[in-house]
Ligand binder design. Structure first.
Ligand SMILES: Nc1nc2c(ncn2[C@@H]2O[C@H](COP(=O)(O)OP(=O)(O)OP(=O)(O)O)[C@@H](O)[C@H]2O)c(=O)[nH]1
Ligand SMILES: [Mg+2]
Length: 335
């Protein structure tokens, strides 16, 4: 039997925020609270389809998001609910939660439906908080975030601006936002990477690009920390260090990120890691590259140097990742 397997990410819509408003109209004194509720976020629903026979459509489209709920408005207007996202899958698919290994659903018949991620509830508007003794409430709620389920084989970590998103755009079909300032990436991006150029080898693995980490990230500084738990289940971390003329010390950047990972969890600190010096084309001082190589050696971690701009070292790095997260091609003969 040939078993097809893919890992996908689903993100349900966030709930809209409740509104704070009071009715203000001529000739209507003390108009009362009128803030409407936020809309609910959309769900991500998987549906068994008789028109699909394989999981191939997921391979190059592994991320599925539902729409967020709109915020509530004045005049007691409730925000619109986000549209749910339906994703089709062949009859016979079994879905598991990639984080817990728990079986979620077995799609046995066409039309079978299962909610993979629930949309966030919309927040209540202030009108909801009015009581006979509390007539001008200013309480209103924020919407609840939708669920995010993510699993990748490889997690890219590093300082903001280290070139993480550029690398993922280079090795996969993902098109994340790339820019010359820190915190360009605000949410994780996933890319599906082919293990080799050989057309007969259709092994792929998933790489996650998460927002950059800074000093104090484990205390909530910057953005990266909330996403670290999404890479806790990856099998490999690739730590990118910018060795171009950044005005910072790359060795210090490296140590900061290592400390932040360790402060977050022992699991993360103990994960296999590849160290990568990035932006080699713009590195004028070879001592900066050497410094990172030495740090990697000290920790017995494999070291690579790349330039996503010229492509130098990219193939080698890709193969090193594939080697660590995939079974050898020969071991995968379908029976
Ligand atoms: N010269 C050169 N510039 C690069 C290279 N890789 C990335 N850059 C540039 O570095 C800047 C940051 O790249 P990103 O890929 O957005 O960096 P990031 O690590 O994803 O940054 P955050 O999302 O902010 O954490 C962009 O201006 C890229 O064009 C490279 O190999 N060479
Ligand atoms: Mg980025």
């Amino acid at each position: 039997m040939f078993i097809d397997e893919v890992i996908i990410t689903v993100k349900a819509g966030d709930g809209g925020n409740g509104c704070l408003a009071f009715r203000r109209e001529k000739f209507v004194p003390r108009g009362g609270p009128s803030g409407g509720d936020g809309g609910h976020g959309g769900d991500v629903i998987m549906v068994a389809s008789p028109h699909h026979n394989t999981l191939l459509h997921f391979r190059f489209n592994p991320e599925h998001k539902a729409q967020r709920g709109r915020h509530g408005e004045g005049s007691n207007k409730t925000g619109h609910d986000g549209t749910s996202k339906e994703i089709a899958t062949p009859v016979g698919t079994v879905v598991y939660d990639a984080e817990t290994g728990e079986m979620l659903h077995d799609f046995t018949a066409a039309g079978d439906r299962f909610v993979l991620a629930h949309g966030g509830r919309g927040g209540k508007g202030n009108a909801r908080f009015a009581t006979s003794t509390h007539q001008a409430p200013t309480e209103h709620e924020d919407g609840k975030p939708g669920e995010l389920k993510l699993l990748a084989d490889v997690g890219l970590v590093g300082f903001p601006n280290a070139g993480k998103s550029t690398l993922i755009s280079r090795i996969s079909a993902a098109k994340p936002k790339i820019a010359d300032y820190p915190f360009t990436t605000l949410e994780p991006n996933l890319g599906v990477v082919r293990a080799s150029e050989d057309q007969t080898d259709d092994r792929t693995f998933v790489v996650a690009d998460i927002p950059g980490l800074i000093e104090g990230a484990h205390l909530g500084h910057g953005l990266g920390i909330q996403f670290l738990r999404h890479i806790e289940r990856t099998r490999l971390l690739v730590h990118l260090v910018d060795v171009s003329e950044t005005g910072r010390d790359p060795a210090e950047d490296f140590e900061i990120v290592m400390r932040e990972l360790a402060s977050f969890s022992e699991d993360l600190a103990a994960k296999p890691m590849i160290v990568v010096a990035t932006k080699l084309d713009a590195a004028q001082d070879p001592a900066r590259v050497k410094a990172i190589e030495k740090l990697a050696k000290k920790r017995k971690l494999p070291f690579f140097k790349i330039s996503s701009a010229t492509g130098e070292g990219i193939e080698k790095l890709k193969h090193a990742m594939a080697e660590r997260v995939l079974a050898p091609a020969s071991a995968l003969s379908p029976d």
